[in-house]
Design a binder for this molecule. Structure first.
Ligand code: WQD
Length: 376
């Protein structure tokens, strides 16, 4: 099966390289059942990351692996932009009608605070580009998608842990772009229940890196997200020893925001489970007459506060973090902790790796690669 995996790089100062992109490719290649085609405009991502994934997959092949197995570790990488339909169409033309089995769409700007400052950029990139991609997929009869959504679709949820039945009421432009894309998929699958099928995966907070330390998150400039920022501080890539904590007046145990952190390898395995489910005999869509669209939380179901994360990273890195409480960040909500039972029950999803492992693997990646992939 040819599966598309989209990573989308854009403005150099936006942390765009999605932590999960390279890890999802790794999981796909591990099965040796998928041939990966990757689209990326390389303005802000790192081609060397794809090379490292291929290398890692190749190294892990068993002795005497077949030619086909070796070929499955190659990535057909296309340096083009999801916001440029002609470039994307050219890739689909290479494989022809029905030539691509499915798409894992992991391409979006993902910083809550940032989206409140540049909403138009977020709507263009996260919604218009998704719409254009779906139109091209439709043209080429590629009608399966696993979509990278986010817990931010819940806004400030009424109950914690959050079940998928919670009303979608995103608080930030970023979260609203995710709700819009989910809605487009839902409507598309309702319009053509026999033809289209899609699964949205609502990421909670991915963290960590592949245990080899060879691939990991490598945001350009100062990371917007907590864990990569703490890793950059410990390795001296950010010249600061004091973390600015965005508020400690939330209704949480220690007043700082609570998030549900899960290992990026567990998150990546969730994509494979979802993609496998989109086969003809998919069990979750028992009634073939109804729309084949579902959304699942991908989280551990265990919330950790900012201060608890700082403590865990202090232990993993040995770095003496200081912190200073400042005002709240626009778009932040008190607590996003998943109820993961639906994905566990219907996809067989599990996120067993604990926070200590996430911090250890993140530090293993960062300390081995202080400058990340080292590309400008
Ligand atoms: C975590 C907590 C901050 C930086 C992000 C993406 C979202 C989703 C999950 C994919 C918050 C606090 C942070 C700092 C701080 N990914 N913080 N000081 O915003 O929960 O969600 O990951 O879908 O798309 O935006 O993660 O790491 O930015 O923040 O106090 O310098 O750490 O306030 O409470 P977030 P984050």
């Amino acid at each position: 099966r040819d599966a598309f995996e989209f990573t989308l790089g854009q403005y150099p100062d936006l942390s765009l390289w999605h932590i999960s992109g390279s890890h999802v490719i790794y999981c796909l290649q591990k099965t040796r059942r998928y041939k990966v085609i990757s689209i990326d405009n390389s303005h802000n991502s790192f081609p060397s990351a794809l090379k490292r994934v291929s290398q890692l997959s190749k190294e892990e092949l068993p002795q005497g692996a077949s030619e086909q197995d070796i070929e499955s570790t190659e990535i057909d990488a296309h340096s083009c932009d999801l916001t440029n339909p002609a470039q994307v169409r050219a890739v689909f033309e290479k494989y022809g009608r029905s030539g691509i089995w499915g798409v894992i769409h992991i391409a979006a700007y993902k910083a809550v605070g940032e989206s409140t400052e540049i909403p138009l950029t977020y709507y263009a990139n996260n919604v218009s580009a998704t719409l254009s991609l779906l139109q091209i997929m439709n043209e080429f009869d590629c009608t399966r998608m696993v979509y990278s959504s986010s817990a931010t679709v819940y806004g400030t949820p009424p109950i914690i842990p959050i079940p998928e039945t919670t009303r979608l009421q995103a608080d930030s432009p970023y979260g609203k772009t995710k709700v819009m894309a989910e809605t487009i998929l839902d409507d598309l699958c309702h319009a053509e229940p026999k033809r289209w099928q899609a699964i949205s995966l609502r990421y909670f907070n991915p963290a960590g890196a592949h245990p080899s330390g060879k691939i990991g998150e490598d945001p350009r400039g100062r990371p917007g997200n907590l864990l990569p920022l703490l890793a950059h501080m410990a390795v001296g890539r950010v010249d600061a020893t004091t973390l600015k904590v965005f508020g400690n007046d939330y209704p949480t145990p220690d007043g700082t925001c609570v998030r549900d952190y899960l290992h990026v390898m567990d998150l990546a395995s969730g994509h494979l489970l979802a993609l496998d489910t989109l086969g003809e005999d998919s069990k979750i869509f028992a009634d073939s007459d109804s729309a084949r669209y579902k959304a699942y939380n991908l989280g551990k179901g265990k919330g950790m506060s900012v201060l608890q994360i700082v403590e865990a990273m202090r232990k993993a890195t040995g770095f003496d973090y200081k912190y200073e409480i400042i005002g709240r960040r626009r778009g932040d909500v008190p607590d996003l902790t998943a109820d993961p039972t639906l994905a566990e029950k219907e996809l067989g999803f599990k996120a067993p790796q604990d926070l200590e492992t996430m911090c250890r693997d993140l530090w293993n990646w960062q300390s081995q690669n202080p400058q990340g992939y080292g590309e400008q």
